[in-house]
Design a protein around this ligand. Structure first.
Ligand code: GAP
Length: 436
């Protein structure tokens, strides 16, 4: 399949099956913003849970945090975002469209109207959304929607370190919304103005920074492979010195082979002690760590893997999508890892016959405390299989007339389409055994 085609198909599938809708759809949408529907919200929760599980639950050196989106404006002064979180912006004098100067084609032609050499000189444009706290819109009330979740972690470093009694190397993980007034949002949920980040700040002794940077690059790449993205679709790209953010000495992007080419999926950065030092200076608080064992005090250095939940979800969808011929018919299937799939199983009575529906309800009720389960009795069984293939449900459980006698059901595997006959009372361990 041609790659641009794949993107169009994913966007269509997302709307048709309830993954993602254009925001404010009945008003014609709103500027590259998107809403997650019933199936999309399940997938996104699973992506975030998978990240949290590997970053927090399975480790004893990382703890969690959920900081406020609105923070003291001084945070953004200290972090450097007020002064330097900008993109260079140009206007086309011919069609008045705006572009990022660093995203223009080499030909010098306007990407919208084709006019040559029509751009204004570049101006720096701050990406933070400004807002006002309280009823009076004056300078004293100005604050910003956070453009990254990371600063909530830095300003809580001392609170978390003392209450959790963790010693470097240790990390603080957070999932939450961030906002950037992107000049050119686009490519569906790849670049939006409101998005969710999954960030972890790992605090280490200064001399160990580079070692932990390498460790987190490998670890984050491995995570995507563990959840089903082929290694050939991923690569690690170290940043050139001129690309580095204002806070970083080394950064590498985990890149994914998107339909429009390789693009950043996740950034791993060595932020050194930039943030703790800046917040210590601006707040007047001591944010150093006293290492009792070696009788020394230092500002920890920070290694940060930072991933967008929406961007990760898009990569998982793209990597999972397949169209194939089955028995002369076209089948669209999402080969999502069963831990990410919106539903683990669908319970499908063979028909709407009155003897089958209550059994299907009972089976679904038995499974629900253990798995996310859908039930569906509308349309032919073949069409219902196809619907669940399209949302990536790994197992479809069919209740047929034999079920009434043998108390067993047919379980169809999404990927192989093979079927097993399984006793209802053995269904829970059957599914549990097959989850990775
Ligand atoms: N705290 C570091 C930081 O925010 P970043 O590279 O600007 O670094 C981290 O962002 C990740 O957040 C990106 O790799 C991407 O996955 C996601 N992200 C950033 N901007 C985004 C946007 N406008 N829309 C969707 N996701 C975005």
């Amino acid at each position: 399949m041609a790659k641009p085609d794949l993107m169009e198909r994913i966007v269509n599938l997302c709307k048709r099956r309830g993954f993602i809708f254009p925001s404010s759809d009945i008003y014609g949408g709103f500027r590259s913003t998107w809403d997650y529907g019933p199936v999309g919200v399940l997938l996104k929760r699973n992506v975030k849970d998978a990240w949290w599980r590997s970053m927090v639950q399975l480790r004893d050196d990382i703890v969690g945090l959920d900081a406020a989106i609105l923070m003291a404006p001084k945070v953004w002064e200290a972090s450097g975002h007020l002064a330097t979180f900008t993109d260079p912006l140009v206007d086309c004098r011919n069609c008045q469209q705006r572009f990022r100067a660093d995203h223009l084609p080499e030909s010098g032609a306007c990407p919208h109207c084709g006019a040559k050499d029509s751009f204004t000189p570049a101006r720096e444009f701050n990406l933070m959304f400004k807002t006002y706290v309280g009823p009076v819109e004056d300078d004293a009330a100005v604050t910003y929607l956070r453009p990254e979740t990371a600063q909530g972690i830095f300003v809580n470093f001392a609170n978390v370190q003392t209450t959790s009694r963790k010693k470097p190397p240790f990390g603080i993980a957070q999932i939450g919304k961030s906002f950037r007034n992107e000049i050119t949002p686009g490519n569906f949920v790849y670049r939006t103005r409101e998005f969710e980040q999954m960030e972890m700040e790992f605090f280490v002794p200064p001399e160990d920074g580079e070692r932990w940077f390498e460790y987190w690059c490998d670890e984050r790449l491995r995570w995507f492979v563990e959840y089903g993205i082929a290694e050939t679709k991923l690569r690690l790209r170290p940043h050139e010195p001129e690309e580095l953010s204002h806070y970083s000495t080394s950064t590498a992007d985990v890149e994914f082979d998107f339909p429009w080419g390789w693009g950043e999926l996740e950034g791993v950065a060595n932020r050194t002690d930039f943030d703790l030092r800046a917040h210590a200076e601006h707040s007047g608080q001591d944010l150093s760590y006293y290492d009792q064992e070696h009788d020394r005090r230092y500002l920890p250095h920070v290694i940060e893997p930072a991933l967008g939940a929406d961007r990760a979800l898009l990569a998982f969808l793209l990597a999972a999508y397949e169209e194939e011929e089955v028995g002369g018919e076209r089948r669209t299937v999402l080969h999502l890892d069963p831990r990410l799939a919106p539903y683990t199983a669908a319970v499908l009575p063979l028909s709407r016959h009155e003897s089958l529906l209550p059994v299907a309800d009972d089976v679904a009720a038995t499974l629900r405390p253990h798995f996310v389960v859908d039930t569906d009795s509308a349309g032919s069984i073949g069409r219902r299989y196809r619907r669940h293939d399209e949302v990536g449900t790994p197992w479809c459980i069919t209740i047929d007339f034999d079920t009434l006698d043998d108390k067993a059901v047919t379980v169809r595997d999404r990927d192989t389409m093979t079927q097993d006959r399984v006793a209802i009372e053995a269904l829970i361990p059957y599914l549990q055994d097959r989850l990775p």
